[in-house]
Every structure is written in structure tokens, then in C-alpha cells.
Design a protein around this ligand. Structure first.
Ligand SMILES: Cc1cc2nc3c(=O)[nH]c(=O)nc-3n(C[C@H](O)[C@H](O)[C@H](O)COP(=O)(O)OP(=O)(O)OC[C@H]3O[C@@H](n4cnc5c(N)ncnc54)[C@H](O)[C@@H]3O)c2cc1C
Length: 358
């Protein structure tokens, strides 16, 4: 089998490595960040995501680190229940926990941290592990995230645009807050639209909260933890007491302001001996809750075609044909969910689930 270089050790790169391990295929991963900087916040995984994960990791370990959510409850900003829906095996987990679990099957010699790769490194055959044991890969899998620089250098015509939504996300370890909420996914909506507050319980002592802002209405200039706290307190001061008390009691050490990007039009998923997976192939907006599951499915599909086909170009082609239609559905659903988010509550349609299903 061929030698493979993987760029990026996020969920896509690590899940790819796990599938390659399973098939005894030789690879090496290059990651820009240092190992200790690989944190993040958290994810929702629909049932399908858990099924794909169960092929490559010990699910017992997964279930110990995260939480199945029972119900989705939609509230007005003042706490009136607007709708409820049972959730079918939707799992919440922190990014850090998932990264740690996915890293466990990969030997340390197979990852080089702290090395940012450029297109010229790939073209000039400079992808070498620190000890030089892995060089001259036959092809490269790019898993460097939604703002992939390598993708931008290859597909120079692409238009990556800012989405009309920004998110303030925080992960808070606080037993009092965690025990005060059930294993439900609670989401509060401002009646005029364009502002929400969501709460997910990740474990018995940790919650994740996030707030989605219409960034044309709410301009957040400063993003130091102190300024974000002050801004959150100001914007949410008349919301349901649970929301306000969580914002008030939270530690802001892990708070982060996310800007969201999308491609105006998808690029091909491969060119010559370079193939893209996960957000690098197709940034998905957070409304879909499909970023992780799509990354897992990309890794599964690409590995399957690589194993089945001698010819790499044919494997890439079949991978793209398999994955692109589903991704296009998620992009379409994501735009519908975004448009709904911008509308006043009384104009919402029936479908309340904040997840895109294919
Ligand atoms: C630090 C971080 C925190 C995140 N937190 C959340 C979150 O809390 N909730 C959520 O829904 N989504 C989060 N995301 C996005 C989410 O992980 C992805 O949408 C999804 O999991 C698909 O993952 P991915 O591996 O394709 O991309 P990413 O998770 O973005 O991973 C890409 C990886 O490639 C690395 N990389 C980038 N450029 C280079 C380069 N030139 N050379 C080598 N390596 C490179 C990055 O450091 C990163 O580790 C986060 C992403 C990052 C990078």
C-alpha cells in the first residue's frame, strides 16, 4: 500500500488515522498546533456519528466522557416552553475528550505536532516527520479545517464568505450549575430573532453554553474574556433567570468568539495527489450539527475507496461522488436553519430540531 501524509490532527485527521490504522495503511500526520493546544469546546453527535465512531474507538470510553441528551426544549427568551422533541441518541461531548479518545490508537511517532504545512511543502516533497522516517508520501490528505490555506492556494477562485452569525461558546466546569440542569438540550430564543442561548450538559460537572448572534444586529468588537462576560451580561440581562445566572456564574477562562465561514460554492474534493476531508473539503455551519459526523463519514468513505481501488485517482473520484450529495444537503439545510434563526419567533416553521438530517 501507499505512503500517506495527513495534514491536520483535528477530528477529521485523527479519525482518518484511526481508519488507516484499522487497515494497516502507512501514514504520518502533521499538525500545526502543539499537542497541549488541541482543546476546543464541544459537539453534538447525532446517532449516526456515534455509530461511525464505534467502528474505530472503544465506545465505553466515549460514553464515560460525554452524555446522551434526552430532549430538545425550545424556549422563548423569557423561559416559556415553545416546543419539545425527544432526541434519538444525540450525544454531547467536549472536543478535548473526543480528540483524546481518537488519539489513543495512534502511536506518537506517527504525529508531528507544531508543524504548519504549506502547499509548497507538499509539492516539493518536503513533508518529513521530525526524525525523517516519513517522507515522500504518495499522496496527501488535507484535513486542515474550514479556512484551509492549502485549499485556498489550490482553488484560487474560491470564495470563502463570513456567515451572518457569530457564536460565543464557553465550557464551564461547575458542579452546581451542572446538577441544576437535566440531560436535555435547552435553547432559548429571542422573540425578535437573531439571538439564542443554548445549554448542553456534557458530564455530571461540566456544561457547554453557546450563544448565537446575528452579527449584523449585534457587533462584538472586543473578545477578551472580561469583555465577553460584560457583553453577555448586558445582552442577556432580561432573559430567563436560568440563562442569566449561568452567564453570571460561569468562569470565562475558556470562552471563545467564533466567526463562521462558508464556501459560496464547493470545490472539487481532490486535485492530482491531494484530497480534502472534513471542514477543509466542505465547511459546514454550526446550525447543521454535522461537522464531526461528516468528518467521520469522509474518513470512512475515503479509506474504503482507497482499500478497494488500486488507482488513487479512481478512489478519490468515488469518494467525492459518494460524499458530495450528502454535504450539499447539509449546506442547504444549514442555510434554511440560519434563515430561520434570523426570523422573529412567530415566523418559525414547524421543524424545530437544530440539526440537519440528510
Ligand atoms: C481549536 C479548535 C476548536 C474547535 N472547537 C469546536 C467546538 O467547540 N465546537 C464545534 O462545533 N466545532 C469546533 N471546532 C471545529 C470542528 O472541530 C470541526 O468543524 C469539525 O470537527 C471538523 O473537524 P476538522 O478536523 O475537519 O477541522 P478542525 O477541527 O478545524 O481541525 C483542523 C486541524 O488542522 C490543523 N491545521 C490547520 N492548518 C494547518 C496546517 N497548515 N498544517 C498542519 N495543521 C494545520 C488545525 O490546527 C486543526 O487541529 C474547533 C476547531 C478547532 C481547530
Amino acid at each position: 500500500m501507499k505512503k500517506i501524509a495527513v495534514v491536520g490532527a483535528g477530528i477529521s485527521g485523527l479519525s482518518m488515522a484511526n481508519y488507516l490504522e484499522k487497515h494497516n495503511i502507512d501514514y504520518h500526520i502533521f499538525e500545526r498546533r502543539k499537542k497541549e493546544d488541541m482543546a476546543g469546546h464541544g459537539f453534538l453527535l447525532p446517532q449516526e456519528g456515534v455509530e461511525y465512531l464505534s467502528q474505530i474507538i472503544d465506545c465505553q470510553l466515549l460514553f464515560e466522557k460525554g452524555n446522551f441528551l434526552k430532549k430538545y426544549i425550545q424556549y422563548s427568551h423569557q423561559g416559556k416552553i415553545l416546543a419539545e422533541k425527544d432526541l434519538d441518541q444525540v450525544f454531547a461531548i467536549s472536543r478535548q475528550a473526543l480528540i483524546t479518545i481518537l488519539s489513543q490508537n495512534i502511536s506518537q511517532e506517527k504525529i508531528t505536532y507544531g508543524k504548519a504545512i504549506t502547499l509548497s511543502d507538499i509539492e516539493e516533497g518536503k513533508l518529513q516527520s521530525i526524525d525523517g522516517s516519513h517522507s515522500n508520501a504518495d499522496f496527501t490528505i488535507i484535513a486542515d479545517g474550514s479556512r484551509s490555506r492549502i485549499r485556498g492556494e489550490i482553488f484560487t477562485e474560491e470564495k470563502l464568505r463570513t456567515v451572518r452569525e457569530s457564536e460565543v461558546v464557553n465550557i464551564v466546569k461547575n458542579k452546581d450549575i451542572a446538577t441544576s440542569i437535566d440531560n436535555d438540550f435547552m435553547k432559548f430564543h429571542h422573540e425578535k430573532g437573531g439571538l439564542t442561548f443554548g445549554i448542553l450538559k456534557l458530564s455530571s460537572d461540566t456544561i457547554l453554553w453557546y450563544s448565537q448572534f446575528d452579527n449584523e444586529k449585534y457587533i462584538i468588537n472586543e473578545c477578551s474574556p472580561e469583555n465577553l462576560k460584560a457583553y453577555m451580561l448586558e445582552v442577556f440581562h432580561e432573559w430567563d433567570p436560568l440563562v442569566f445566572s449561568i452567564i453570571m456564574q460561569s468562569d470565562y477562562e475558556n470562552v471563545h468568539l467564533w466567526h463562521v465561514y462558508e464556501l459560496e460554492k464547493l470545490n472539487p474534493f481532490y486535485k492530482e495527489n491531494i484530497v480534502f476531508i472534513g471542514d477543509a473539503a466542505h465547511p459546514l455551519i454550526p446550525f447543521t450539527s454535522q461537522g464531526v459526523t461528516s468528518a467521520l463519514k469522509d474518513s470512512f468513505s475515503l479509506t474504503k475507496h482507497l482499500v478497494e481501488k488500486e488507482n488513487i485517482q479512481q478512489a478519490f473520484k468515488e469518494y467525492e461522488e459518494e460524499r458530495k450529495p450528502e454535504i450539499e444537503t447539509h449546506i442547504k439545510n444549514g442555510r434554511t436553519l440560519l434563515n430561520q434563526f434570523l426570523l422573529p419567533l412567530d415566523q418559525y416553521t414547524e421543524n424545530i430540531l437544530p440539526i440537519s438530517y440528510k
